[in-house]
Write a protein that binds this ligand. Structure first.
Ligand SMILES: [Zn+2]
Length: 382
């Protein structure tokens, strides 16, 4: 099932992660300008220039470069090379996964399942590069504790089209939200079949999924939110407390408390809890990370009922509504890289598992009025 990571050592970290993360961002801010004026990005004035976003060819080139130049072994494979029964996107693009690390537990890191949510790709490429090159004790600990399965671009077709969905090539031209397609009677799209089978091969201990949201203000203060923390089956909700004796209900909240605390040190990041429609907790079963937590057995590929906890990140700003804010690119990516590093190191050291899950209530959020499920809203106190 889960995360039986034995804490190898515990200590408080200070500047190491900040320093390495600054190096991980490809485009630093110009010297002389106030780099981080406050959590006020992106903005409607920040013009979205999608030509600077990593496209599919750019992804393939960067993965190749990382594989060739890494100090530690990074293996880049297509799912065709892995040998899944379905291995290409709907439009026939290769689906890529990069692995790094020698640890006994697998970790699944996925980005850009929604094609118009770009920085999951760039954030994961940054982290992959660090995992492949950084010799510091923390990155060494990560490589020794885990084997990482990094999927920087889950939805290459949607990425090329700058749309959320993939488009079925069966003549229907139906648009499929890949993050609602892992479910009983679902799996309409090739990408879902391919990555699901790969998930059953990997049996990860936990997963992290990177998204974008629109511009958002913090409930109560009105401050710009730069980053929201999500769990696609709501803690304390209709579903999650019943899985694995409530273990994921606790651990997913501990993960978020840890990220919230660690990133609060950075003045340009402002975090809240992901909610739908202002005051609803998300509780959908067809999301990829939901199906992972539910231990979905599709096509008899998961007969042992493997499941794993998972959380997702939402960076504010989206290419589709023009709110991405090109000037915020560096900060938008860096907050994901920092959140990934802090969460992964915290899991490896056991700091996450020692967090007080009840402090999840302290992460800013609107008063919860209900749960947004696949079949409508369930009011609180159902
Ligand atoms: Zn998304």
């Amino acid at each position: 099932m889960t995360t039986g990571t034995t804490p190898k050592f515990t200590r408080r970290r200070t500047t190491t992660i900040a320093a390495t993360a600054a190096l991980a961002v490809a485009v630093p801010f110009a010297a002389g300008t106030p780099a981080f004026a406050g959590p006020n990005f992106p903005s409607t004035e920040g013009k979205t220039n999608i030509s600077s976003i990593v496209d599919f060819d750019g992804l393939v080139a960067e993965l190749d470069r990382i594989e060739r130049t890494s100090r530690f072994d990074v293996e880049v494979q297509t799912l065709a090379e892995v040998g899944t029964a379905v291995s290409m996107s709907e439009q026939g693009r290769d689906l890529y996964v990069a692995t790094v690390g020698d640890g006994p537990e697998a970790v699944w890191l996925q980005g850009r399942i929604h094609g118009n949510e770009p920085y999951g790709t760039e954030s994961l490429l940054s982290v992959l590069k660090e995992l492949g090159t950084n010799g510091s004790p923390e990155w060494k600990l990560l490589r020794e504790t885990y084997t990482f399965h990094v999927i920087p671009m889950y939805n290459p077709d949607g990425s090329e089209l700058n749309i959320r969905h993939t488009i079925l090539q069966d003549g229907s031209a139906q648009r499929i939200d890949l993050n609602r397609d892992w479910g009983v009677g679902k799996f309409a799209a090739a990408e879902s079949e391919a990555f699901y089978e790969y998930w059953t091969m990997v049996d990860p201990a936990f997963a992290i999924d990177i998204h974008h949201q629109g511009l958002k203000r913090e409930y109560g203060t009105g401050d710009d939110v730069t980053f929201s923390l999500g769990i696609s089956l709501a803690p304390g909700g209709p579903t999650l407390p019943g899985i694995e004796g409530g273990a994921y209900d606790v651990l997913t909240r501990q993960m978020q408390v840890h990220v919230f605390d660690e990133l609060s040190k950075y003045g340009y990041v402002n975090i809240d809890r992901y909610q739908v429609g202002g005051s609803l907790e998300i509780d959908i079963k067809g999301g990829v990370v939901s199906a992972m937590m539910l231990g979905l057995d599709h096509d008899g590929l998961n007969p042992e009922g493997h499941s794993n906890p998972a959380i997702f990140f939402e960076t504010s700003g989206n290419t589709s509504d023009g709110s991405l804010g090109q000037k915020a690119r560096g900060k938008s990516i860096k907050q994901n890289v920092l959140a990934l590093q802090e969460l992964l190191v915290g899991m490896a050291t056991g700091e996450v598992q020692a967090e007080d899950a009840s402090r999840w209530d302290e992460i800013p959020h609107a008063p919860v009025t209900g749960y947004q499920t696949d079949n409508g809203v369930i009011p609180i106190g159902y």
